[in-house]
Ligand binder design. Structure first.
Ligand code: GLY
Length: 386
């Protein structure tokens, strides 16, 4: 349980007030959308927009669960029915992905945990259970027995991705833990734990930092090579990837009780905390050149979620370092990187999808989602989506 100092509690109450105000009008404005980013102050809509003209950027875009997840968090906080209705709209729209069955990959956890699994937990809706079980089976089907990993992405013109696992996948594993908890069938959990065990061995470096992509031999297993992925270069340290590992291993620990996952989460957390710059702004990659000072606000929000979860389970004498760092990150976002005005639909500015992508320093929906989740965790009103 999190107990805050008085001045932190005052800050938290203010932020919750600002979130409630912002979401009251943004949710209404975007109620027929599933946003990914904000352009000229207005949410885009991944139900219909397909920015790159490919089949993977529309309704099957991997971030399409987060807006529904934000609506569930707000419903849980306020009890206002319209939030639930908007969440349901997202979840219904996602059915198109199952119907067409194109472009889905390991990120089905990001898509159906904050939507269908939450809906099922909150309302018992049997249709949501079916959707989530369907997604869990798709994820389980990506497991490569020889390598002991879940395949990340699908075939790509540029690279042969059959042997690719990526650190982000740790955040999809809770869909498998949920499927076992729900069906009493241990297959899903075996796959999740096998993948997490492989990740312990293959992704974490001796200093506690993590690779983004590890390629295994898809026929015989064994590591072939590593890639820098969305970070600066191979051997660098993509900050959002560090946070997927930090929070992801922690979630595996919470579902399984396996201490190795807690130790891994703490190791990555220590690496992350030791590398936070003095100004508290998280770069895209801890090993990027100093200039340009590219940053990624989403990494700060995700890190805060993981650090709060660690703080909840460690001994009292240990917990302050995690909690204080989480508070520092969130306060910095609130003061410098949150847009609380009515001029823009997003909450967080300065998210970056990848070091070498063009859409740096833009609004990204999962930044907003994890900021909100972290705030409600501090309040003790989390939905335990993962
Ligand atoms: N899961 C992909 C990313 O974090 O950008």
């Amino acid at each position: 349980m999190i107990i805050l100092q008085e001045q932190d509690q005052i800050w938290l109450n203010e932020v919750i007030g600002k979130l409630a105000h912002k979401m009251s009008w943004v949710s209404e404005k975007s109620k027929h959308k599933i946003p990914y980013t904000t352009i000229d102050g207005t949410h885009d809509n991944r139900i219909t927009d397909n920015p790159n003209g490919t089949v993977t950027n529309g309704i099957n875009w991997w971030t399409n669960g987060f807006w529904g997840g934000m609506m569930w968090l707000m419903f849980h906080e306020t009890g206002i029915e319209s939030y639930k209705e908007i969440a349901n709209f997202s979840e219904d729209a996602l059915d198109e992905c199952f119907r067409e069955y194109y472009g889905l990959h390991h990120d089905v956890g990001f898509m159906w945990l904050p939507t269908s699994v939450v809906n099922y937990k909150v309302s018992g809706n049997p249709k949501s259970r079916k959707r989530a079980m369907h997604a869990a089976n798709l994820l389980a089907g990506r497991f490569n027995l020889a390598g002991g990993f879940i395949r990340a992405w699908n075939a790509d013109e540029a690279s042969d991705t059959r042997g690719w696992a990526i650190v982000d996948c740790l955040m999809n594993l809770p869909l498998l833990y949920w499927a076992t908890e729900e069906s009493d069938d241990p297959r899903f959990m075996h796959i999740a734990m096998k993948h997490a065990d492989t990740a312990l061995e293959a992704f974490i470096r001796p200093d506690g930092s993590v690779h983004h992509i590890v390629e295994f031999d898809p026929f015989h297993g064994g590591i072939v090579k590593t890639y820098g992925g969305q970070g600066y270069e191979d051997g660098s340290s993509w900050t959002r990837g560090q946070t997927w590992a930090l929070y992801g291993f922690m979630i595996s620990y919470l579902h399984t009780g396996k201490k190795a996952y807690l130790h891994a989460a703490k190791r990555v957390a220590h690496y992350f905390m030791a590398n936070i710059p003095d100004n508290g702004i998280i770069p895209i990659d801890f090993r990027q050149p100093k200039e340009p000072a590219y940053e990624d606000s989403t990494a700060a929000a995700i890190a805060a979620c993981g650090l709060i979860e660690i703080a909840k389970v460690v001994d009292p004498y240990e917990k302050d370092v995690y909690l204080h760092t989480a508070l520092k990150l969130l306060k910095k976002l609130d003061e410098n990187r949150c847009d609380w005005t009515t001029g823009s639909d997003c909450i967080l500015i300065n998210g970056s999808s990848a070091y070498h992508n063009n859409d740096k320093h833009s609004a990204i929906i999962y930044g907003d989602y994890y900021f909100m989740e972290a705030v409600f965790k501090l309040k003790g009103n989390d939905l335990n989506v993962w």
